[in-house]
Design a protein around this ligand. Structure first.
Ligand SMILES: C[S@@+](CC[C@H](N)C(=O)[O-])C[C@H]1O[C@@H](n2cnc3c(N)ncnc32)[C@H](O)[C@@H]1O
Length: 334
């Protein structure tokens, strides 16, 4: 399939890069979709009530046994190993679910989950307990490495972003590849997945508070974002061309099968393994092996070291891994 030249071809038409002003409404049918996950935390109804003595007390009892049950359930469901110190956080996030369900006790809520009486609640339970912190061009040193790597690769190119949260990471990948190939339609497909269906919705929508791109160079902002006006003032939206490069879909890294077709030229698995214990990390890394091309790269988060969890990968640079030759890697030891 003919595609743009792999060389840096420069920007073709200046008009393509106008900072188009995004008109007021994006669709009256789903105005809520522009709400970000982080906003919803601030909107939360209080999980505490103030007693006559002025102290904050919990609306629901949350016993150590309840907490232990939550920890066990989210570990089995998502691999997330919640620390002992997270009891308050878990209370405030799940108290909201109890209110939504009209329940009076954590025991009843957890019984319903475990018994399968409310199987649909698993999704909301999981969404409530994930941590979705992310930002555009987080761990910025990865992106020039990605650009150089992808320009050197041949054939249909693809990237998997395996814990994409609210989308800043896959859009940063997409922007990098547009710049690397000098076009808004680089010959690359990006699959962005996450277990959390709320963040995926935000990601697919591609709308963010303008302050999220405060630190981004103006040239890049103009190239890739549209500014909201009217009731969307203060928001920015990624250009539709960028969104078209990415397929968003739910994927639990713990699930028995992953709805993906690799192998990929690069896999991003950043700042999610920290929530898993070492056996879980090892299992996931083993499953990455056939999904990466022999020359492919695996990008990890700043505090993640995959060498402890798997011998299938070796470090190529700061938090960037490649397949060890004994596991199909193309690069022979020097
Ligand atoms: C801290 S965010 C990291 C986002 C992004 N990768 C980054 O580095 O900026 C962790 C993400 O991992 C996701 N996650 C947690 N457990 C997961 C699982 N079992 N499968 C897939 N995603 C998971 C969470 O929903 C969350 O969006």
């Amino acid at each position: 399939m003919p595609g743009p030249s792999r060389d840096a071809i420069g920007w073709k038409r200046d008009t393509e890069w106008r900072n188009t002003v995004w008109p007021g409404l994006i669709g009256a049918s789903h105005p809520d979709r522009t709400r970000l996950r982080t906003d919803s935390y601030f909107d939360m109804k209080p999980a505490l009530k103030t007693s006559s003595s002025g102290e904050n007390t919990k609306v629901f009892d949350f016993t150590p046994r309840d907490f232990a049950r939550v920890r066990s359930l989210i570990y089995k469901q998502a691999g997330i190993a919640l620390a002992e110190s997270k009891q308050e956080m878990v209370y405030s996030r799940l108290a909201r679910r109890l209110r939504a369900k009209g329940l009076n006790s954590f025991g009843e809520y957890l019984d319903n989950l475990e018994s399968g009486r409310d199987s649909e609640e698993w999704e909301a339970f999981t969404n409530a307990l994930t941590t979705n912190l992310t930002s555009f061009f987080r761990e910025a040193h990865h992106f020039p490495i990605l650009a150089e790597h992808m320009r050197a690769m041949t054939g249909p190119l693809s990237v998997w972003c395996s814990a994409s949260s609210t989308g800043e990471e896959p859009y940063s990948i997409a922007m990098t590849l547009c710049e690397a190939f000098g076009t808004l339609a680089p010959p690359v497909s990006i699959v962005a997945t996450d277990i959390d269906t709320n963040v995926l919705e935000t990601a697919a929508n591609g709308v963010y508070p303008a302050e999220r791109i405060d630190k981004m160079p103006q040239e890049r902002v103009k190239r890739f974002f549209q500014k909201g006006k009217g009731e969307r003032a203060g928001l920015v939206r990624v250009r539709p061309e960028l969104r078209q490069l990415i397929t968003f879909k739910p994927l639990n890294l713990l699930a028995g099968s992953w709805p993906l077709s690799g192998p990929f030229d690069a896999i991003f698995c950043r700042n999610v393994m920290i929530y898993f214990d070492k056996p879980t990390q090892s299992r996931i890394l083993t499953r990455f092996v056939p999904l990466l091309k022999p020359e492919g790269l695996l990008f990890a988060g700043h505090s993640e070291n995959f060498m402890y969890a798997s011998d299938a990968f070796k470090l190529r640079g700061k938090t960037v891994y490649e397949l060890d030759p004994r596991h199909g890697g193309a690069r022979k030891p020097a």
